[in-house]
Design a protein around this ligand. Structure first.
Ligand code: NDP
Length: 510
């Protein structure tokens, strides 16, 4: 970390390194994707430093457990207030490292804060020990269900939403009573250090509860292999497979939040102005580098042309560098270029932009129409400001096409009838659906978030997101001697058999 780096001036008087394991032998630089300038330098943490961080985290988790629900809530809310108060500072750092506009980064910080608030306030309600029905066979038992923390969670995060995305795991894991060792993307290492240091500032008696380890993919691999109790990974499906392979060696559970190829379905009676506005924002915001961003649109034939015109009109007005930033990962420019060229070679049209829209480090908005369904622009994650708008006979065909994807993260339906939109939503094979908006679910903390297929498995956010970082503990307490104790050799055989026969007869009828 250089003295001039923004994060070194940031979180604490001691600097972020206070919560970053020492002992690394080399450093790497984070560069601004917009200018190529070095923003900051960070240590490369190897297997030894990562293992030491996990060991410290384990001790910190024990102390965290001792604080109880209200002690943990109090500290998490103090951290939340601190992030809200320091929004500008954190947003500037996000903007510097990712290239996204500061106003987008501010909205990202707000979303993370909203989720942290919810996790802190709801952890006790969701995870505390509660009584559950014990059923007629076990009426003599009181049945209790509670959740205990897993221990130390290894969080591996991406660069596209370097606050919001990992905080969906970090905030919920801490609220569930765990310690966290966080490995941010090497492109956004300063943001990771800021988060750990700001937690240390807000909860000074919780040293090592949230630590940040920095470095390339190998540091993430070391974290997955370090004996953590669960890995919460967000990134591409390819890397998820590598992490899963490492986790398999030690049966370490894995939560994988991977990419998406989200579709928007537009009905004949939809408000086309609203649909076009949402499609353009969903596809182009953050330069299209959004896991649940809009990449495919299926519009019913009768409105396809008008919708395309509206989308093109709105997208044409966007100025890269103002409304959205550069491609954060320069290698993604080639992916975007290939998807467009293969789509056009396959017969698609481009009413806005085309391969010439790739002007490093920016990609100008691109709208493709009538793209072959087997083209990479329809099957692979493009992760750029490119949207494909195809026509369909009716919503049934739209559902079939939307569901044909290997991904299953998010989707949206625009319909003049909310009831019809909702009915279509129930038929979509994706983890979340927004009706008459895009990405509406991302800002609702009580809704779980995650996907199926290539989009991964497991859930962050909401009650499921808290339980993802906890282990159920089932307890029975015997209240009285039952008529026939089936767990005792002392019970007369005839009595036990009478009880079993009674149970059999009941279940054979009901
Ligand atoms: P990557 O898969 O390249 O990287 C994700 C994280 O894994 C980074 O911290 C990366 O480190 C690390 N990593 C790389 N190799 C390994 C390894 N062998 N073992 C362990 N960790 C490793 O994804 P991106 O950062 O490029 O993020 C973009 C992807 O994330 C997109 O596919 C996007 O859709 C998805 N995403 C999904 C979200 C969701 O909630 N479903 C939300 C946001 C993004 P480093 O960067 O230092 O190489």
């Amino acid at each position: 970390m250089t003295a001039e780096s923004p994060s070194a001036q940031g979180p604490t008087a001691q600097g972020p390194a206070a919560q970053s394991p020492a002992g690394a032998s080399s450093v790497f630089a984070v560069r601004s994707p917009a200018t190529g300038q070095v923003v900051s330098e960070h240590p490369v943490h190897g297997a030894e430093e990562v293992a030491a961080a996990v060991a410290r985290g384990r001790r910190a988790a024990a102390a965290w457990a001792g604080l109880g629900w209200s002690g943990r809530k109090q500290r998490l809310l103090a951290w939340k207030r601190s992030l809200a108060r320091r929004m500008d500072e954190l947003a500037s750092l996000v903007a510097e490292e990712t290239g996204k506009p500061v106003h987008d980064a501010r909205a990202e910080v707000l979303l993370a804060v909203v989720h942290l608030d919810w996790a802190a306030r709801n952890a006790r309600r969701v995870l505390k020990v509660r009584r559950v029905p014990s059923g007629p066979l076990s009426a003599h038992q009181r049945a209790l269900l509670g959740y205990r923390p897993l221990g130390v969670i290894g969080v591996i995060g991406p660069w596209n939403y370097p606050v919001y995305t990992p905080m969906g795991s970090i905030g919920y894991a801490l609220a569930a009573g765990n310690a966290v060792v966080f490995k941010p993307s090497e492109l956004t290492a300063g943001v990771g250090e800021f988060l750990a240091a700001s937690f240390a500032d807000a909860a000074p008696d919780c040293a090592d509860l949230l630590q940040c380890v920095t470095g390339p993919g190998e540091t993430g691999q070391a974290l997955a292999a370090a004996g953590v109790d669960k890995v919460a990974f967000t990134g591409s499906p390819g890397t998820a497979r590598k992490v899963a392979a490492v986790c398999a060696g030690s049966l370490t559970p894995l939560l994988a939040e991977c990419g998406g190829k989200d579709a928007v379905l537009v009905d004949a009676d939809a408000d086309l102005g609203a649909a076009a506005d949402a499609v353009v924002w969903g596809a182009m915001a953050n330069a299209g580098q959004t896991c649940a961003g809009v990449e495919r649109v299926y519009a019913v034939e009768s409105v396809h042309e008008e919708l395309c015109e509206r989308i093109v009109r709105a997208a044409r007005e966007l100025a890269p560098g103002t409304q959205y930033g550069p491609m954060t990962l320069s290698g993604q420019l080639d992916v975007v270029d290939r998807h467009m060229k293969e789509a056009l070679a396959g017969g698609a049209r481009a009413p806005l932009g085309g391969p010439e829209s790739v002007r490093p480090p920016y990609v100008h908005p691109v709208v493709l129409v009538d793209v072959p369904e087997d083209s990479p622009a329809m099957t692979e994650e493009t992760f750029g400001p490119v949207v494909a708008v195809n026509r369909v006979r009716d919503l049934d065909e739209a559902v079939t096409r939307a569901n044909a994807s290997a991904y299953g993260l998010g989707a949206a339906v625009f319909s003049g009838s909310r009831a019809r939109g909702l009915a279509v939503a129930q038929r979509l094979d994706s983890g979340a659906v927004a009706v008459n908006s895009v990405l509406g679910f991302a800002a609702v903390p009580s809704l779980p978030f995650g996907g199926t297929g290539e989009s991964g498995y497991g859930r962050i956010h909401g009650e499921e997101g808290l339980r993802a970082f906890a282990v159920p503990r089932s307890v029975t307490v015997r209240r009285f001697a039952p008529y026939a104790d089936l767990t005792s050799f002392a019970t007369a055989r005839e009595r036990a058999e009478r009880a079993v026969e009674l149970g059999r007869r009941i279940h054979a009828r009901i």
